[in-house]
Ligand binder design. Structure first.
Ligand SMILES: Nc1ncnc2c1ncn2[C@@H]1O[C@H](COP(=O)(O)OP(=O)(O)OP(=O)(O)O)[C@@H](O)[C@H]1O
Ligand SMILES: [Mg+2]
Length: 230
């Protein structure tokens, strides 16, 4: 379980998040929605340890992990797929995947990634930066799969991709979830996100303005106002 409790955070003297509470129960999918600039990416950065909150606590499976660096959190099962992919463009697909294996069988890790996205199997020797945008996103997601994470933070991973690839990505997310990972999902494709979400949070101007189950949202005034009807 991931628990962000009373989080206030920002950049320099600018406060972006104000007293945000958010829970991702074990094995569940939480969709985090809101307009541009609401603070969604900032909240994921706090959850992954990239940004230290000025107030509040970060709990991972009851353990207080506030202030731990990203690599420590990663070792505890946290995995962050940032906006804009985060693969190493000059390395091959295989190298990108193998880099995720701290200790363990590299070959097995590559096989596991390819089982999630067979297309990567045909491209293991290709330099990542020369692949299509969709393929690079598959690689970014496959890297998380290699780590067998318990919590995955996903920042608009389907942005700008063709519908068919978005389908593949959502199938992958459903698989990750079915295998027991907890997902915190920031998405522009609201209908798809709500389709796999157990809980939904709406943010606006750095605060949570709604939390509940997706079924509670239809016709909700806040939803219409902040996110628009999709
Ligand atoms: N590195 C930074 N330095 C200063 N301000 C920042 C920085 N990153 C983000 N901000 C500001 O914090 C606010 C929240 O940004 P954030 O990226 O978290 O929003 P978001 O909800 O992810 O938006 P989007 O939907 O456009 O991705 C914005 O006003 C933004 O300008
Ligand atoms: Mg963002």
């Amino acid at each position: 379980m991931l628990f962000l409790e009373g989080i206030t955070a920002g950049y320099g003297s600018t406060t972006v998040l104000r007293d945000v509470d958010l829970v991702v129960p074990s094995g569940s999918v939480v969709a985090l929605l809101g307009p541009n600039g609401a603070g969604k990416t900032t909240l994921l950065r706090v959850a992954s340890g990239l940004l230290r909150p000025t107030e509040g606590r970060l709990l991972l499976d009851e353990q207080d992990v506030t202030g731990l660096k990203p690599n420590r959190l990663q070792a505890l099962g946290m995995c962050h797929v940032p906006e804009g992919r985060g693969v190493f463009p000059t390395m091959t697909v295989r190298e990108n995947l193998e880099l995720q294996v701290l200790d363990g069988d590299r070959r097995e890790a590559v096989d596991r990634a390819v089982s999630a996205f067979p297309r990567l199997g045909e491209r293991l020797s290709q330099v990542s930066g020369t692949m299509s945008g969709g393929e690079q996103q598959m690689l970014a997601l496959a890297r998380t799969y290699v780590q067998r994470p318990s919590v995955v933070l996903l920042d608009e991973v389907s942005m700008g991709l063709a519908p068919k690839i978005v389908d593949e990505i959502f199938e992958f997310l459903a698989r990750l979830s079915a295998e027991g990972a907890s997902l915190l999902l920031v998405e522009q494709y609201i209908t798809r996100a709500l389709g796999i979400a157990d809980y939904v949070y709406l943010m606006n101007k750095g605060q949570v303005v709604f939390k509940g189950e997706p079924s509670e949202l239809s016709g909700d005034e806040l939803f219409e106002r902040y996110v628009g009807a999709h």
